[in-house]
Design a protein around this ligand. Sequence first.
Ligand SMILES: [Zn+2]
Length: 505
Amino acid sequence: MNHYIVVTEKNRINIESELLGINNDKRGSNIVFLDPHHGLLRNFTIKLYQIRLYYTQCINDNIFILLDQENKEISYIIAQIFMLMNIHVVYLNEKKNYTINKIRQLLSNDIKTNRLFHRSYSTECDSNYYSVFKHIFSISSGLKKESDMESVIKKTLLSITLQDLIVFDDFFPKLRLLNKRSLDSIVNDWAFNCNTYNKLQLLQLGIYILSKNAQNTQQYATALVLVSEAHYHQDNKFHNFYHAIDVLQATHYLFSTWDNLVTDKNIKMTLLISALLHDSAHTGSNNNLLLQNKNLIKEFGSEDSILETLHFKILTHIIKCMVNTTNYKKDELNLLENFNFDVSEELILATDMKKHDAFLQKLKNYDLSNKESLFKYKMIIKAADISNVTRPLEASAQWGVRISQEFMTYNLLTTEKKNDQLICDDVDKFGNKTYDKRTLGELTVKDCINLEPGVCKSQIFFIEVFAKEFFTLLRDKFINENASLKQLVVNLDDNYSFWEKRASE
Ligand SMILES: [Zn+2]
């Protein structure tokens, strides 16, 4: 689908009919006009978030920003916050057809690009910020921080509430927020299932978990969760914002049920924010596939934990982006100014599955008289990251569908199909993937198996190779400090027996 945000007061009717004429996608076009003089930055930011909420972006979607003239603040917002969206800025020109031809040209240049391939391997990415290279190098050195601009952007972000993101129009599906009184019981339950919530509710749950652990920070937590959401590729089937909120909730649950493990507020925040961003900018591929890119490794300087290093760089970018300001009240600043980057880096690197066996050995040899907490924090985020198989069966099966579907995109990167365009036609007009008119969260276990028959075997494989020994050891070592680990292993064993029985039928 093509999304157009047009910032002008002139010739709106002509522009609209010309844009509708481009029509190269059966899902049609989404055109929004913004007033260049009143609240532009805020309205622009809200529109981009609404596109993310209402249209689950497909890998072949395009976003065009049409401007009368250059606007530094808009360029800055795109580069700093929406760097993962496929955004083209085009200038409206008096000359007849100039703008439309430019859009057509961009579309035709783009059409053969397999973006998944592009963002995993490409070293160039001029029209947008879609490649992993851009993330790493523009963040480390490229984009100059402009302090006056930063404070305008932050003020804009802090002024946005979840209510602002709701579209009140009959054309759109109604997105409702969750009842405030139900939030506490939702986030403190291991039966939590992200797949049953819409994206607006996921934002709400993320904000709730952050602000619950640091008082009086609603506004700040909102800005942080919104920016975090924008740093996940929406078209990944598994490594997306659903997984981020799932790991955030699991991390919150495991440290809240762990006796006296985390009492320091700053460490709590470090754990939670690291969980929220632990897979940010995930390319939808994996480290082994990325290692095929020799240029990347040369620039990167290492073959170790490429993706995890990327996630940590994105986290650093986001937090530094949000801390240096004079706009915040002192207590809000505390949320991030004491963020522990050293601990966060260790936590995120601990999620690299290549290190799984080494962690298992450490866990086996763990001496219970050890008073050091960092190892336990690492075990928490690692457990949270692979905890899908320890949730109740239905949630577990739905996550299994997600991971099977993401594996199919890995195949695209390894087969000769590399240059084919990825398509997504099994979506509704809002880009939501549906199964018999239902969303993933509405599917029963039986539906999940019908949809992805490979799910039985892949669940058995994951439990046998990674999860069973890890969670059993974790329970045995720490049962006296955290009784909730017992339930995780009970679920895991139940799920395993179910999948084994199904596989033998
Ligand atoms: Zn993860």
